[in-house]
Design a protein around this ligand. Structure first.
Ligand code: ATP
Length: 373
């Protein structure tokens, strides 16, 4: 109360401040109070409130979402809310970056409680679609999830999540882009849309090392890697950087696809990497009208591969136009059409995932469900 007449504010500004401080920054995933972004909060005539926030960068891509969330948080206390956005001073940005660096898990993404590297023998079998939807399904089950697009030449995470903005960079650290509850990083965020990556091996290795170690992933329950198809250099680099990863192999039911996918399994065995499971994608096509099942790409590839690799077949995702349309629209199918056959199967795969640790005696050890926080 400022005591400037009956028409002046009767709003409890301390209460408003607490509500604003509790709003989570959509990009940074932390409370605005904790991030030091809440500046002045002033009451005005007729119970109106003016909230001043300092953003990390002038071009912050999430201002609309942030403003909306602050309005919603203050609405119960005040009739009219104005949100004014300014930019942090350099010393404040530096302080925030230092705090991020100090609180960063020592090995970045490698400290995630479970790491799954999603691989395939060849391109186009739906590896990225599976990786993206598993990440979102796990996030919707309450896990903190990161998705690193290591498919450097064929990056598709920006398209699958419908985000094409660069990540926020704060001095020596970069913050993952958040979408559908998942923390994302992809080379595709750092180049112009559609621009090809023509980097040589050492540059790619350096970029991936930075993605793993220098990005502020925060405390992750699950890290999912979308590997390039096959068993090339980039795949080996990533697996070296994340030695605790277990492999998830995606294949179609087709015998030819199964054969090339089994090479990935051989590579995993050679580098001592456990295989968490196999996902068969583009299994039967189910006719929406008559319910008839058609094995467009043959059948049995997933089951055979699972037997060959001694790893469980975690699911058979049908060919489904809902999944393809969702990918084109930039909203993963588990969000856009959760009742579709493909979404239901992908959620079931997420529920069946179990990390497998390397055993000291050469035997794989199954451990309990994706660890809880
Ligand atoms: N179950 C499915 N039903 C229908 N369409 C699918 C299914 N899975 C994937 N697709 C579609 O197939 C295409 C290839 O999928 P995706 O990009 O996920 O494959 P990929 O194995 O990651 O390919 P690459 O390795 O070449 O990037 C996409 O257009 C995707 O929408």
């Amino acid at each position: 109360m400022l005591g400037l007449g009956a028409s002046w504010t009767t709003v409890d500004l301390e209460q408003v401040r607490r509500a604003v401080e509790a709003v989570r920054d959509p990009e940074l995933g932390q409370g605005l109070g904790e991030l030091g972004m809440v500046r002045e909060i002033r009451g005005g005539r007729g119970g109106s409130v003016r909230v001043e926030l300092a953003l990390t960068t002038a071009g912050c891509p999430m201002t609309a979402e942030l403003t909306r969330d602050v309005h919603a948080a203050v609405a119960p206390f005040s009739g009219e809310v104005t949100v004014e956005l300014t930019v942090m001073s350099e010393p404040d940005r530096r302080r925030l970056a230092e705090r991020f660096l100090a609180s960063r898990p020592r090995s970045g993404a490698a400290d995630a409680r479970a790491i799954y590297a999603v691989a395939s023998g060849k391109g186009g079998v739906g590896k990225s679609s599976v990786a993206a939807n598993l990440a979102v399904a796990l996030a919707r089950q309450g896990r903190s999830v990161g998705l690193l697009d290591a498919d450097v030449w064929g990056y598709s995470v920006p398209q699958l999540f419908g985000v094409h903005r660069p990540p926020v960079a704060l001095y020596e650290t970069m913050l993952p882009v958040q979408a559908h509850g998942v923390r994302l990083m992809s080379l595709g965020f750092l180049v112009e849309e559609g621009e090809p990556i023509v980097w040589r091996g050492p540059m790619l290795h350096k970029a991936l090392t930075q993605f793993v170690h220098d990005v502020h992933w925060g405390d992750l329950d699950v890290m999912i890697l979308d590997l390039p198809p096959g068993t090339g250099d980039v795949t080996l680099s990533v697996l070296e950087l994340l030695p605790e990863a277990s492999l998830l192999v995606v294949t179609t039911p087709q015998q030819a696809a199964r054969t090339v996918a089994s090479r990935v399994g051989v590579m995993a065995r050679d580098v001592g990497m456990p295989v968490a499971g196999v996902v068969e994608n583009m299994s039967e096509l189910v006719c929406a009208g008559c319910g008839e099942h058609t094995a467009l790409f043959g059948s049995g590839g997933g089951a055979q591969l699972s037997e060959e690799l001694g790893a469980p077949l975690l699911g058979r995702v049908p060919l489904d136009s809902a999944l393809r349309e969702a990918g084109d629209a930039g909203v993963p199918v588990v969000v856009s059409d959760p009742a579709s056959a493909s979404a239901r199967e992908l959620v079931a795969v997420a529920g069946a995932l179990r990390p497998v640790r390397r055993s000291l005696v050469g035997r794989q050890l199954g451990v309990d469900p994706v660890p809880q926080r």
